[in-house]
Each structure stands twice: as structure tokens, then as C-alpha cells.
Design a protein around this ligand. Structure first.
Ligand code: GLU
Length: 430
């Protein structure tokens, strides 16, 4: 990598390590804005979420007491269509995290060219210590509180960290009860029995393996036998592991929130999936050496997939990452300061807004199917998703190569430009 290339890619914007996701999202936007020579007024518009609400609401707990919970829904931008994005349940979420996640959804939808803006929701809670009944009451009340924002034509939630098809079913049912008729298109990621799409549960993980194949191909690494390390074994990480395994790659390490397992000869992924399903963790499996989440990130491998949460690759460990390719399964796993270190070291990183877009692509298909009440076969869903992901990958890689940029900046140039063009064409009201 020559210095002039680096100058072009990053150095014009001073970077400071931060673990505030919104600060980091703004920083990434600033880099793209400079490369696009974006109008300063438009840049200013795109920095801010268009709408955000904070809700505090009571939930009756199983022990008879009542607790107040806090939740958020942020709509970053609606220029290209209704806003779209998941809802996460986490003891650590806050408004800045949800703002960043909403902004990333705006760019993600634009990069894969689906007609959505970006949004995200979060509820501060620890679902691991809550009963099903408590989770249902929390979900229904939160859905009611944010019902002034959500709707099939306005803002469509989906699963994210610690939420799942059942949570989406409760949101759909709550919204429908208020309306007095069934409204499947108000959320995506629902169970198939109530209007969910075939292939939606697997879409994000599958999309990651598709993007990883494109990246490996570009780097001249054969997927068969490629060594893969995956942090996170939730809906994204576990399905990604299965998809890599099915493609003949050697998954040598995986982890969940408790810890990880490492086997340089390759892990038995079907057995690990069964173990994680049965025990609620993969750490009880005997087929590998125990390893911490921190150690896992620094293992030598061809492909590293951080598929857990934000801020996993920072200035504290970016120098020690030994992967050749990083595919961001999580949203925001790499800080901008770490991005620069990885780029300097020649590590090829495919950013979240492209790498994990398979989920929202199939969410789009689910929404279309719900609106038409016409449902597709899984093979059709998978084929169309793959087409959209490969097309998006190629357009990003093409800009990265032509302009000698990192893949994040190239992806942002496409996404931010599409959003800015839509906003400019529509004009400022009134
Ligand atoms: N939460 C997922 C994401 O971050 C999916 C969003 C959606 O399907 O709307 O992309």
C-alpha cells in the first residue's frame, strides 16, 4: 500500500479512537463525504437522525412487582423509502448506539439498492434473566409505545441482537390488535406460519458466506479448505459457520458470549450447532481447545468474521489481527482507528453495511411477499438474495479498485451518494 493511497483513503480525516458507535458512524460518513465532495448542507442533513423517540414504560414481572423499562426507536433517513431496521434487547444499549445502528441501516439498504431508509430500535433489558411471559409483556408494551412510528408504509422493524421470530410475532400481533386487522408487513423476520419469508432466518449468515466467497476469490484464496474464525454464535454467527462448512471451508474457531473453542484441524460444525441448541452454549462441546473471545480474534486464519457486537477490533488489538480477510457479520465491530491500522497492514476488510446485508435483503423480499400476499419458494429467495449481494459486492469492489480505496469507504460512496441523490431530487420541504 503506498502512502498516497492511504492519504486518499483515510488520512484527510483525523481519526481518534472512540467506542461511541454514533461518533464512529459520523466519522465514517465524514470520510465518504470528503471523497464524494458532498454538499456541506447535505452532509449536515445526513449526520442527524430524522426522528427519534425514547419511551419509558411499565412491565409487570412474574414476582408481582412492576418495573419501568426504557426503549428507543430511531429513524435516520426516509429519503429512499420507509425506514427499516431491527430491534435489539440489551442491558447495554443507549440512544447513541441506536442512532449509529439506524444510520448504518440507511447506508446498508442503499448499498444493496433496496427501497428503504434506515431505522433501529433498542430496549434496555437483559432477556437472559427474563421469563417468556415477561418478554412477551415487555415486547407488546414497547410495540405499543413505538406504534406511533412503525407501520408497513412508514417503518418496519426486524430481529437484531437478542430478538427473534417470536418477538416479531408479538409485535405483529400487537400492532394488528390495535388496527383490528392482520398487518403482516409491519415487521419482517416473522415465523413463516404468519407471513414470514422462507430463508429469512438464515439470510444474514448465508449472505456473509456469499460475500466471503467473493472476497476470497478476489484475494486468490480458494474457499475449499480456507481457515475461518467466527466470533459470535447467535443467529448470524451460527448460520455463517454452517454456510462456510457447507462450502468446504475449515471453521477452526467459534465463540459465544461465554467463550470459544479452537481446533486447527477444523471444528465439527453440525455437532457444535446441536450442542449450542441443547446447552445454550457451545463451550460444553469437547471437540476443541477452550479459548477466550479476545484470543480468538487474534488467531492466524484466512477469514475472520466478527459476528457479535460493536467495538471488538480496536487500536488495542488491530496490530495483532492475523486474518487475511475480515468479513463484518456484526454491525460496527471495527472502530475507525482500527480500520486504518488494518488497512495499513494490508488486511482486506468487507464492511458490515455490505457483508451482513443479506438479512435486510430477505426482509425486503418478506415485506414484498406480505404486501402481495404471494409467497415464494426458498430457492427463489436464496437465488435473488445471492444475485443482489454479488451485484452489490462487485460494484463496491470496482470502486475500491478504481479509486484505490478501502472497501468501507467505497461502499459508503455508493450508499451515501444514493441517499444524497434521492434527498436532493426530492428537495427540501417546504
Ligand atoms: N438487524 C438486521 C441488520 O442489522 C436486519 C434488519 C432488517 O432486516 O430490517 O441488518
Amino acid at each position: 500500500m503506498t502512502v498516497s493511497t492511504l492519504e486518499r483513503s483515510h488520512r484527510r480525516v483525523a481519526v481518534r479512537e472512540s467506542t461511541n458507535p454514533y461518533e464512529n458512524a459520523l466519522h465514517q460518513l465524514e470520510i465518504a463525504a470528503r471523497h464524494l465532495e458532498l454538499d456541506p448542507g447535505m452532509h449536515e442533513i445526513l449526520k442527524y437522525p430524522q426522528r427519534e423517540i425514547t419511551v419509558h414504560f411499565p412491565v409487570k414481572l412474574d414476582n408481582g412487582t412492576t418495573r419501568i423499562f426504557t426503549g428507543y426507536r430511531v429513524q435516520h433517513n426516509l429519503a429512499r423509502g420507509p425506514s427499516k431496521g431491527g430491534i435489539r434487547y440489551s442491558p447495554k444499549t443507549d440512544l447513541d448506539e441506536v442512532r449509529a445502528l439506524a444510520m448504518w441501516m440507511t447506508w446498508k439498504s442503499a448499498i444493496v439498492n433496496i427501497p428503504f431508509g434506515g431505522a433501529k430500535g433498542g430496549v434496555l433489558c437483559d432477556p437472559k434473566v427474563m421469563s417468556m411471559g415477561e418478554l412477551e409483556r415487555l415486547t407488546r408494551r414497547y410495540a405499543t409505545e413505538i406504534s406511533i412510528l412503525i407501520g408497513p408504509e412508514t417503518d418496519i422493524p426486524a430481529p437484531d441482537v437478542n430478538t427473534n421470530p417470536q418477538v416479531m410475532a408479538w409485535i405483529m400481533d400487537t400492532y394488528s390488535m390495535h388496527r383490528g386487522s392482520t398487518v403482516p408487513a409491519v415487521v419482517t423476520g416473522k415465523p413463516v406460519s404468519i407471513g414470514g419469508s422462507e430463508g429469512r432466518v438464515e439470510a444474514t449468515g448465508r449472505g456473509i458466506a456469499i460475500i466471503a466467497s467473493e472476497a476470497a476469490n478476489q484475494m486468490g484464496i480458494p474457499m475449499a479448505g480456507a481457515s475461518v474464525v467466527i466470533q459470535g454464535f447467535g443467529n448470524v454467527g451460527s448460520i455463517a459457520a454452517r454456510s462456510f462448512y457447507e462450502r468446504g471451508a475449515k471453521v477452526i474457531a467459534v465463540s459465544d458470549a461465554i467463550g470459544g473453542l479452537w481446533n486447527p484441524n477444523g471444528l465439527d460444525i453440525p455437532a457444535l450447532l446441536e450442542c449450542s441448541h441443547r446447552d445454550g452454549t457451545l463451550t460444553t462441546h469437547k471437540g476443541g481447545e477452550p479459548i477466550t473471545n479476545e484470543e480468538l480474534l487474534e488467531l492466524p486464519c484466512d477469514i475472520l468474521v466478527p459476528a457479535a457486537i460493536e467495538n471488538q477490533i480496536t487500536t488495542a488489538n488491530a496490530h495483532r489481527i492475523q486474518a487475511r480477510i475480515i468479513i463484518e457479520g456484526a454491525n460496527g465491530p471495527t472502530t475507525p482507528a482500527a480500520d486504518r491500522i488494518l488497512y495499513d497492514r494490508g488486511i482486506f476488510l468487507v464492511p458490515d453495511v455490505l457483508a451482513n446485508a443479506g438479512g435486510v435483503v430477505v426482509s425486503y423480499f418478506e415485506w414484498v411477499q406480505d404486501l402481495q400476499s404471494f409467497f415464494w419458494e426458498e430457492a427463489e429467495v436464496n437465488k435473488r438474495m445471492e444475485q443482489m449481494m454479488v451485484r452489490a459486492y462487485k460494484s463496491v469492489a470496482d470502486i475500491a479498485l478504481r479509486k484505490e480505496l478501502d472497501m468501507r469507504t467505497a461502499a459508503y460512496m455508493i450508499g451515501v451518494k444514493r441517499v444524497a441523490d434521492a434527498a436532493t431530487t426530492r428537495g427540501i420541504y417546504p
